[in-house]
Design a protein around this ligand. Structure first.
Ligand code: IMP
Ligand code: MG
Length: 183
């Protein structure tokens, strides 16, 4: 999709396709360097992290293994419930593994903070986080995020994996929606 396909649904583009691509190359270089000589398992959080995983993994120069988890903390609305449920668990045993959780966005941080302690409790050698977007003003818990693509304002955003009621995930940039979309 591009901007023309979206008519007047888009209010403002916050991160462009070019900015995302450029930033992912930088993050991939950091990750290649930080995990040199180690086996890395990247864990994508479905469904939002599909785009970041696909692009980040291809920007890496190292071999990595990929696994996926699906958790739910949001319904089809725009507010965090704080309640996390595993919808799909990993296929991989994490014992002694170096794990990098790949996320689309950290909003309240409640989902990730829960996920972090869940994965750590499985005996991983290390668990770090890489997120494409972060809303610093929305953070409710203190979590250490090693790799951040972009900080964005405390607004509901869509695109690049992020949805509103399952729409807009395949928009290649990150944007806010016009008010009429919500009504
Ligand atoms: P958190 O638990 O509040 O950090 O949010 C967790 C999940 O909510 C994210 O991984 C997203 O899937 C979803 N989410 C949070 N903010 C947004 C947004 O602005 N747009 C779309 N989804 C969001
Ligand atoms: Mg998510």
């Amino acid at each position: 999709m591009d901007q023309r396909d979206l008519g007047d649904d888009i209010e403002e583009i916050l991160v462009t396709e070019t900015q995302i691509k450029h930033r992912l190359t930088e993050l991939a270089a950091d990750i290649d360097r930080d995990y040199e000589g180690k086996d890395l398992l990247v864990v994508g959080v479905l469904k939002g992290a599909v785009m970041v995983m696909a692009d980040l993994a291809r920007a890496l120069h190292s071999h990595v293994r990929m696994d996926w988890m699906a958790v739910s903390s949001y319904g089809s609305g725009t507010k965090s419930s704080g309640v996390v449920r595993i919808l799909k668990d990993l296929d991989t045993d994490l014992k002694d593994q170096h794990v990098l959780i790949v996320e689309d966005i950290i909003d309240s941080g409640l989902t990730l903070s829960w996920l972090l302690s869940n994965l750590k409790s499985r005996g991983a050698a290390s668990v770090e986080i890489c997120t494409m977007l972060r809303k610093p003003e929305a953070l409710k818990v203190d979590i250490d995020v090693r790799y951040v693509g972009f900080d964005v304002p405390n607004k509901f955003v869509v695109g690049y994996g992020l949805d509103y009621a399952e729409k807009y995930r395949n928009v290649p940039f990150v944007a806010t929606l016009a008010p009429h979309v919500y009504s």
